[in-house]
Design a protein around this ligand. Structure first.
Ligand code: HSE
Length: 309
């Protein structure tokens, strides 16, 4: 294999109560990457988009992840990576994870599938850590494994693929940028026991609700006693948008990753589309441009699109 194309999906991390642990994959938007072997060792990055991301591999999320896997494999070749990002950086829907995962999945193909998905998450985390200033894998895991995942620990990596029923996500992406590193700087370093109890009870209940396809339990568990209260002031009209979505029939939802995107889960596509309309109406009042997506939770993560032998 000399060249490989991949589609790397957006993901929703935290899923309200599961800060740094829970995440799920979307069908769209996704980034497109073309990765080809080159004779010279090392990594060359070319961005075919207009986001102005750095192309030096040591300052690029995909570049750092690529260097990590090539180094671990002691590869006797280098790679050129062409990236067309459709997931805006700083959107809160796993833009950096898509870049990092796309690079390592493609390179693993070029290496003859030498590494497991779990090992690939480890390499991708090198890129993610550069983007967010912390080693977390809650976007990486669903991007690589697909579906709904729980990261039990990052050191060592222990990832649980969760059972879940058919669910649709509606996402609104306001066109403002919130850097994950800045959103993380707001977080409390200590948490009152009372809030911690609410949080771990909700995480357990959400995982149980997903496994039992208990939609009421899923909705009741989408509550965040720790992170949402400190981050929601970053998102204009947050409370109003959320209330409008619940009125339109959403099971529940909140900030996607570190924001500014906001997501809602619904039990059917029809409801997810009604929720999208409610979101738009409530958010329009801010005067800020936005885009929206409706997607079933994607059972597949990175898709290998085509290749050249
Ligand atoms: N769990 C991370 C956070 C997701 O909320 O900071 C963003 O990458």
């Amino acid at each position: 294999m000399e060249e490989i194309r991949v589609k790397a999906p957006a993901t929703v991390a935290n899923v309200v109560c599961g800060f740094d642990c829970l995440g799920f994959a979307l069908n769209e938007p996704f980034d497109e990457m073309l990765v080809r072997k080159i004779d010279e060792p090392g990594v060359r990055i070319k961005h075919r988009d207009t986001f102005g991301l750095p192309e030096e591999p040591e300052r690029n999320v995909a570049g750092l992840a690529a260097l990590a896997i090539l180094d671990a494999a002691r590869a006797d070749f280098g790679v050129e990576i062409e990236i067309t990002k459709h997931i805006k950086p700083g959107s809160g829907i796993g833009s950096s994870s898509a870049s990092a995962c796309g690079a390592v999945v493609a390179i693993n193909h070029l290496l003859g599938e030498r590494f497991s998905k779990l090992e690939l998450v480890g390499f991708a985390m090198e890129g993610e850590a550069f983007a967010s200033g912390a080693r977390h894998a809650d976007n990486l895991a669903p991007c690589l494994f697909g579906g709904f995942t729980l990261v039990r620990t990052t050191d060592p990596l222990d990832i649980v693929e969760l059972s879940f029923p058919k669910l649709w996500a509606t996402v609104i992406h306001p066109q403002i940028e919130i850097r994950t590193s800045e959103a993380r700087a707001l977080l409390p370093q200590e948490v009152p026991l009372r809030a911690a109890i609410v949080q771990w009870a909700n995480v357990g209940a959400l995982v149980a609700g997903l496994a039992k396809a208990d939609l009421g339990l899923i909705g009741r568990s989408l509550e965040d006693a720790i992170v949402e209260p400190v981050r929601k002031p970053l998102i204009p009209n947050f409370d109003e948008v959320k209330a409008a979505c619940l009125d339109a029939g959403a099971l529940g939802g909140g900030i996607s990753g570190s924001g500014p995107s906001l997501f809602m889960l619904s039990a059917s596509m029809e409801t997810a589309v009604s929720v999208e309309k409610a979101m738009c109406t409530a958010f329009q009042k801010t005067g800020i441009l936005f885009s929206t997506y409706v997607s079933e939770i994607a059972r597949e993560g990175i898709r290998v699109a085509a290749s050249r032998e």
